[in-house]
Unconditional design. Structure first.
Length: 180
């Protein structure tokens, strides 16, 4: 059986039981999902070793527990104790949750900037940064040379920087004298 198929079959068969174990460890459903996923991500590259174990489920469960314990150690090592907690609203030093409106605005700006690029440039940037393909893979997909891919990326990023700077200057300018 193909290792990828064997892995996905194992994941489908055992995720529920591993999730229950992870929930018991973390006492938090979101943290439990993250723990199971992190365990699978760490074990996938060495799946042949896992599959060769006498009881693969036990191997995965042990790896999950070790991942949990290592994560707890890391958290404990980062904890800083104060006699009195710092004021959470101390102005510029406080970093709160991201502003949803700002996130939407940034996402919208990124989309508009990408839309301003020619289709080929947009395709190269998506393949490079979203799909994380190498220049050689992109060149093969688009039927061009690697040097062309690098050139397109360079020109497209430069164009995006210029357009982003132009738009930020335009939005910072006074609106009909209202900000004067």
């Amino acid at each position: 059986m193909d290792a990828g198929l064997e892995f996905s079959t194992f994941v489908r068969m055992h995720t529920a039981v591993l999730f229950r174990s992870a929930y018991l460890l973390t006492r938090n459903p979101v943290a439990a999902e993250d723990l199971v996923q992190e365990t699978f991500v760490r074990l996938y590259p060495k799946w042949s070793r896992v599959a060769a174990a006498d009881v693969p489920l036990a191997y995965v469960r042990r790896a999950m527990v070790n991942t949990f314990l290592n994560g707890r150690r890391a958290i404990r090592g980062r904890e800083v104790l104060f006699a009195e907690p710092p004021d959470p609203v101390d102005g510029a030093n406080w970093v709160g949750p991201p502003d949803p409106a700002e996130l939407v605005s940034e996402r919208d700006l990124a989309r508009r900037l990408l839309d301003s690029l020619p289709p080929r440039s947009r395709a190269v940037l998506v393949l490079k940064f979203f799909h994380d393909l190498t220049d050689a893979e992109i060149a093969a997909d688009l039927g061009c040379r690697q040097a062309s891919v690098r050139s397109i990326v360079s020109r497209a990023l430069s164009s995006l920087r210029t357009e982003a700077a132009r738009r930020s200057q335009t939005s910072a300018a006074p609106l009909n004298g209202l900000n004067s």
